[in-house]
Write a protein that binds this ligand. Structure first.
Ligand SMILES: [Zn+2]
Length: 368
C-alpha cells in the first residue's frame, strides 16, 4: 500500500503504518486536548497505540498460520479502520482457510484473557464500558485503559466474526459453503452476503452517526467484489493448460547483446522480460527493471551481466491455475514455457488476464 511507513519487521513480515493513521493520532490529540487537556490527550494516544498493537497482533495471528501453510505474507498495514495482511496467494483448502481465519480472533481472545487475569490479580478498578465508546469516554489512567482494551478486544472478536465476506466471519462462512459447493460458487454466495452486510453497516453508520462503521461498510463492499474476481479467475484457470494461454511470439536476446536493445520491445510490443538464449538454451531472464536500469547508463551493458538465473519454468501441459499461484507467491511476472528442452513460449499475467477477458464464463463450468 502506498503512503505507508515500515515501523517493524516480525517473522519476515513488514509492519507498516498508513499515513492516515498518523492523521487519526493527530485528530485524537487535538480533540481530547481541547476537551480535557494535555493529560487526556496523552492517554488518548496511549489508547490508540495499544488498540492498534492489538490489531497488528490479530493480523500477525492470521499471517503466522498462513506462513505455516507455505503462503507468503509480504506486509501488514495498519489503517485507521483496522489492519490488512497482504497474503501473496489465496489458501485453497477450506481447512487451511479456517485455521488461518480463526487465528486472528483467537489472538484477541488470548489478549482479553491476559488483561482480564491482570485486572483481577492486580485489583484495578476496571470500569465497565456498557456500550461503544465515544470520544469523550476515551480512557484516562491505567485502570480505565485496561477496561477500554478489554472492551476493544471483545468487540474485535465479535465484529470480525460477523459473516460479512471478506471479513473473518465471511471467510469462515465461505469455507463452510466450500464443503458442498465449488470454491468460486461458495465465494460468490459469501460475497453477496458480505455486500448485504456492508450496505447494512453503511446504513447503520449513517443513522447512528458512527462514521467509522459506514466507512468500513464501503470498504467491505468493494473488497468483496475484488476478492470474488480473483477467485473466479482462479476457478476459470483450473482446467486450462499453459499452452493455450502463453504467447509463442516473443523476443529473445543473446548473452552478449546490449540490454538497452530490449527497450523498444518494452514500450512498443509490451514485452516485459526477455529470455537470454545461448545455442538454443535458456541461460537466464533479463527483466524490465534491469533493462530500464541499463538504459539509464547508455544501455550498452551485456544481457548476461544483468540477467537473473533465479526464476522458475513451466510446461505447456501444466495447469495455468497452479503457475498463476506460483507467480503471485514469488512475484515472477514472466514464466518461460519449456517443451522437450526447448523454449516454446512465455506465460505472463497479461496473457492470463486477456484469456479471462474472452472466457469470463470459465468459472461457471466448475459449478457443481
Ligand atoms: Zn482478521
Amino acid at each position: 500500500m502506498k503512503w505507508s511507513l515500515t515501523i517493524a519487521r516480525v517473522f519476515g513480515i513488514r509492519i507498516r503504518v498508513h499515513f492516515t493513521f498518523l492523521l487519526l493520532l493527530l485528530w485524537i490529540v487535538v480533540e481530547t486536548r481541547a476537551a480535557a487537556g494535555w493529560g487526556a490527550a496523552a492517554w488518548g494516544v496511549a489508547f490508540i497505540v495499544a488498540t492498534f498493537t492489538c490489531v497488528a497482533l490479530h493480523e500477525l495471528g492470521h499471517s503466522v498460520v498462513a506462513q505455516r501453510f507455505g503462503i507468503r505474507v509480504s506486509s501488514i498495514t495498519l489503517l485507521p479502520i483496522g489492519g490488512v495482511a497482504a497474503l501473496r496467494s489465496i489458501p485453497q483448502k477450506p481447512g487451511q482457510e479456517i485455521a488461518i481465519t480463526l487465528a486472528g480472533p483467537l489472538v484477541n481472545v488470548v489478549i482479553f484473557a491476559v488483561l482480564y487475569v491482570i485486572a483481577v490479580w492486580v485489583p484495578f478498578e476496571v470500569p465497565y464500558y456498557p456500550g461503544l465508546m465515544t470520544l469523550p469516554e476515551l480512557p484516562i489512567g491505567v485502570a480505565e485503559l485496561m477496561g477500554a482494551l478489554l472492551l476493544v478486544n471483545k468487540w474485535m472478536v465479535v465484529f470480525n466474526l460477523i459473516p460479512a465476506y471478506p471479513m473473518d466471519g465471511g471467510r469462515l462462512f465461505r469455507a463452510v459453503l466450500a464443503q458442498w459447493l465449488s470454491y468460486p460458487r461458495a465465494t460468490a454466495i459469501a460475497a453477496v452476503v458480505g455486500r448485504a452486510f456492508s450496505i447494512g453497516f453503511v446504513a447503520l453508520g449513517l443513522l447512528t452517526g458512527w462514521i467509522f462503521l459506514a466507512i468500513i461498510g464501503v470498504l467491505i463492499f468493494f473488497a468483496a467484489g475484488a476478492e470474488e474476481k480473483t477467485v473466479r479467475l482462479h476457478g476459470a484457470l483450473q482446467d486450462i493448460e499453459v499452452g493455450k494461454v502463453m504467447t509463442p511470439v516473443f523476443m529473445t536476446v543473446g548473452p552478449d547483446d546490449a540490454a538497452g536493445d530490449c527497450l523498444p520491445w518494452i514500450f512498443q510490443r509490451g514485452q516485459d522480460d526477455f529470455p537470454v538464449m545461448s545455442d538454443g538454451d535458456l541461460m537466464g531472464m533479463l527483466t524490465r527493471g534491469a533493462v530500464l536500469e541499463a538504459a539509464k547508463q547508455n544501455g550498452t551493458a551485456r544481457a548476461a551481466d544483468l540477467m537473473t538465473r533465479n526464476f522458475s519454468c513451466t510446461r505447456p501441459d501444466a495447469q495455468v491455475a497452479g503457475v498463476h499461484d506460483a507467480m503471485l507467491a514469488n512475484g515472477q511476472r514472466t514464466v518461460p514455457v519449456i517443451e522437450d528442452g526447448r523454449l516454446v513460449g512465455l506465460l505472463t499475467f497479461d496473457n492470463i488476464n486477456r484469456y479471462f477477458m474472452i472466457h469470463p464464463s470459465g468459472a461457471a463450468r466448475k459449478v457443481t
